[in-house]
Design a protein around this ligand. Structure first.
Ligand code: ADP
Ligand code: MG
Length: 417
């Protein structure tokens, strides 16, 4: 006994324990018990939260700005009904201090309950990311009436393609960072069965990634229809790439204008897109298709995760609310070289990405321009904001072509901070 005690006492772990608990606690004989029989959870709790607090000094994401030692201490040992922890929520933001092209959120939810159990960190992150929206006091509106959009057809000299997407999660199943293989396969089964009920121009079929060749996949990625392989550290550090490509796939109609991604970053992503500048038509198909998909899911006894404060619940807090990203691929050779572009986009609440997706740099003069916020404004309001903003950018480009000056517009007031 004495010799095993000496061995334990000399280990590095014990040194840390001595430092954080004091020798008195160790003398209780805890460490002399069979360590294998002690649960990982119990072992972790031997260390005070201050000893676990991540080093965020070089970080630039919403989670790192909001997480204080006090919040961490309060939440570290809480778990959701699916056994998901705060540390699992924030791992992606701890491991990825920043992103070269966008300011990231730095945390994900493992299940619907994560947003409640860890509200003390999710709420400030949501407020920061969604322009002051307060999830404790505000209610999120939904409006899928595409007929309300005006001026929604862009000049095709500049706009190459238009797209609207959202995500939807199936209530009762863990989200992609936390789901088991069986839950992931259940999402695929439920969704694919429901989508078989789509009719007319929306009818199509499902293409499982496990049954696609490498070339077929790459072709769909290159044509902007399919999500990229989950190589981004934002995704891998959020545990979203596990078991790839099991239960992943894409469903699309024959024209590839209405598409549903299954088990990428969210249970489902619903997309309407086409070449050219007819955003109004794209949004009309999006609304029509989304309503049908929801009805088909409900007919099978399932429902989407939703509540009136957070709207539709998705994996990343940046996508709460509408989950909607309406965007165009747009060519702006002059404006893109103007140093005022960043400020203009920010004031219009627009985001710029490369055309290969969020992790790609812009190539040449073509960018992906879309709404920055998703929560607190309805689908109609956000699409109109993109329509007005993109039309403003095109106006600027035309003025620069003629050698005229451009103005930075006043910031769009969203919510009071
Ligand atoms: P999402 O927000 O939908 O996850 P990503 O930035 O990850 O978007 O890009 C996913 C794919 O969608 C990429 O292949 C990207 O090129 C494509 N995409 C995004 N916006 C458009 C658009 N307006 N036109 C054509 N393809 C687009
Ligand atoms: Mg993406």
């Amino acid at each position: 006994m004495a010799s095993s005690f000496a061995k334990v006492m000399s280990s590095r772990t014990t040194g840390l324990l001595m430092a954080s608990l004091g020798a008195g606690a160790i003398a209780t004989g805890y460490l002399m018990s069979d360590n294998a029989a002690v649960s990982a959870d119990q072992r972790r709790k031997l260390y005070p939260p201050s000893a676990d607090f991540p080093d965020l000094r070089k970080h630039n994401n919403c989670m790192a700005s909001a997480l204080t030692p006090a919040i961490y201490a309060k939440l570290r040992d809480k778990i959701t009904p699916n056994n998901w922890t705060l540390d699992q929520c924030i791992q992606t933001g701890v491991d990825n201090p920043g992103h070269p092209f966008i300011k990231t959120v730095g945390m994900v939810a493992g299940d619907e309950e994560s947003y409640e159990v860890f509200a003390e960190i999710f709420d400030p992150v949501i407020k920061d990311r969604h322009n002051g929206y307060d999830p404790r006091t505000m209610k999120h509106p939904t409006d899928l009436d595409a007929s309300k959009i005006h001026s929604g057809v862009f000049d095709e000299k500049y706009v190459l393609s238009s797209r609207v997407r959202t995500g939807r999660s199936i209530r009762g199943l863990s989200l992609p960072p936390a789901c088991s293989r069986s839950e992931r396969r259940e999402v695929e089964r439920v969704t694919v069965q429901a989508l078989a009920g789509l009719k007319g121009d929306l009818s199509g079929r499902y293409y499982s990634l496990t049954e696609m060749t490498e070339q077929e996949q790459q072709r769909l990625i290159d044509d902007h229809f399919l999500f990229d392989k989950p190589v981004s550290p934002l995704l891998t550090c959020a545990f979203i790439a596990r078991d790839w490509p099991d239960a992943r796939g894409i469903w699309h109609n024959n024209e590839k204008t209405f598409l549903i991604w299954i088990n990428e970053e969210d249970h489902t992503r619903v997309i309407s897109m086409e070449k050219g500048g007819n955003m109004k038509r794209v949004f009309e198909r999006f609304c029509r298709g989304l309503k049908q998909v929801e009805q088909l899911i409900q007919e099978r006894g399932w429902e989407f995760m939703w509540n009136e404060r957070l709207g539709y619940i998705l994996t990343c807090p940046s996508n709460l609310g509408t989950g909607l990203r309406a965007g165009v691929h747009i060519r702006l050779p002059k404006l893109s070289k103007d140093p005022r572009l960043g400020k203009i986009l920010n004031n219009l609440r627009l985001q710029k990405r490369g055309t290969g997706g969020v992790d790609t740099a812009a190539v040449g003069d073509v960018f992906d321009i879309s709404n920055l916020d998703r929560l607190g404004k309805s689908e109609v309001e956000l699409v109109q904001l993109v329509v007005d903003g993109v039309n403003y950018l095109i106006e600027c480009e035309k003025r620069l072509e003629k050698g005229q000056d451009i103005k930075i517009p006043a910031p769009i007031q969203h919510f009071r901070k």
